[in-house]
Design a protein around this ligand. Structure first.
Ligand code: NAD
Length: 368
């Protein structure tokens, strides 16, 4: 039998909410991992899980990841995530998402939702009809819109930090960068790299996306699997997860791995150590790709694109802090990133609990 409390205890989760509505056929799980820094923010994934246990395992894993991502990005947010069990192609409806919205509203701001794999801005607009605790709304409705450009800018800032640290350079002029996946983030990353004078090598399963970066940024196309063995200074994974594994790491010729993809390490500690042993600098994925979270987090205080872009630039400094700790404690950058995030969660949890007027999480302090 699956032991829910034991699973929560293993990674220190605060709360799980099982949401069920027989009229709308909603079956959702909201997991709140840690709210010591602020309300738990994290997307709502819609997926056809093969079992309820798989859905629960996924939401626990993802919500914990959000705590670390928010903590390291210096946001005043905790980590949470939701999953809706169902087929995102055939089982979506207005009432399903409005029903989910009511459950989110019932948490009164402890959890703030957003779009994720299988959900869209339109779905979040249905959620918003029932709750204000939702981000990732379209620009037209005052939201933050496509996070791709902000994520790309943050990734570029992180990549510059890696170049400074590993190669001792402030400029990217002439560096050979391989970008794997030139979609919403990869395209804009290529734009920054091209403007900075880097030589671009790209791969993507989609021919149209490739054509655009070849035309716009004079990129050279590589085969889908050739990117691992290519003669590159920097490998920038911006497509799938788990591309750093037993098969690919030994092939890499680059000295830096810095890209936006989520969950790049197939097995976190093992593959972080393998990369370290090869003397390759790895920018921890959730630190370098935090621009997307920074973008939606900005909606909470009223979206301001300039502020979001400026916060994304600070990923440069965040990576420097991680590299300093990794050097001083002789640990992998992956391990150092976890330590920096955990330290911030613990430090803020220690803040003295003096009386303050009740805070409304979506804005100002309440007057009463
Ligand atoms: P996207 O779907 O727009 O782009 C991904 C691209 O990768 C597509 O063009 C796709 O054709 C290509 N691709 C798929 N399989 C491939 C393969 N085997 N080899 C090469 N290319 C392949 O997604 P995105 O929004 O650009 O996000 C890219 C990555 O960054 C994802 O891992 C995502 O989780 C992560 N990420 C995105 C954001 C964001 O703001 N969009 C934020 C944080 C993290």
């Amino acid at each position: 039998m699956y032991n829910v409390f034991e699973s929560m205890d293993q990674k220190d989760h605060e709360q799980i909410v099982f949401c069920h509505d027989s009229d709308t056929k909603l079956k959702a799980i909201i997991a709140i991992h840690d709210t010591s820094i602020g309300p738990a923010l994290g997307g709502c994934r819609m997926w056809k899980y093969s079992s309820e246990k798989d859905a629960l395992t996924d939401v626990l894993r993802l919500s914990r990841g959000m705590s670390y991502k928010a903590a390291i990005a210096n946001l005043n947010l905790g980590g949470g995530k939701a999953v809706i069990i169902g087929d995102s192609k055939t089982e979506k409806s207005e009432i399903l998402f409005r029903s989910f919205g009511r459950f989110v509203d019932g948490l009164d701001g402890r959890y703030i939702t957003a779009e994720d794999v299988g959900t869209t801005v339109k779905d979040m607009e249905w959620v918003r009809m029932e709750t204000k605790y939702v981000t990732g709304i379209s620009r037209a409705l005052g939201g933050s819109g496509d996070p791709g450009p902000v994520t790309a800018l943050g990734t570029f800032a992180g990549l510059r930090a890696c170049v400074k640290r590993k190669l001792g350079k402030d400029s990217l002029e002439g560096l050979r960068v391989g970008v794997q996946g030139v979609g919403h983030v990869g395209y804009y990353l290529c734009q920054h790299l091209y403007r900075a004078g880097a030589k671009l090598f790209v791969t993507d399963a989609d021919k149209e996306s490739l054509k655009k970066v070849v035309n716009d940024f004079k990129a050279e196309v590589l085969g889908l699997n050739d990117i691992y063995e290519a003669d590159l200074d920097i490998y920038a994974p911006c497509a799938l997860g788990a591309t750093l594994n037993d098969l690919t790491i030994p092939k890499l010729k680059c000295s830096i791995i810095a890209g936006a993809a989520n969950n790049q390490l197939e097995k976190e500690s093992k593959h972080a150590d393998m990369i370290e042993d090869r003397d390759i600098m790895y920018a921890p994925d959730y630190a370098i790709n935090a621009g997307g979270l920074i973008n939606v987090a900005n909606e909470i205080e009223g979206y301001n694109r300039e502020r979001a872009f400026s916060q994304a630039q600070s990923i440069y400094d965040t990576l420097m802090v991680i590299f300093d700790l990794a050097d001083s404690e002789n640990i992998s950058t992956h391990m150092a990133a976890s330590k920096v995030a955990e330290r911030r969660m613990k430090d803020i949890a220690k803040l003295k609990n003096i009386y303050l007027p009740r805070k409304n999480v979506m804005g100002k302090r309440d007057s009463n």
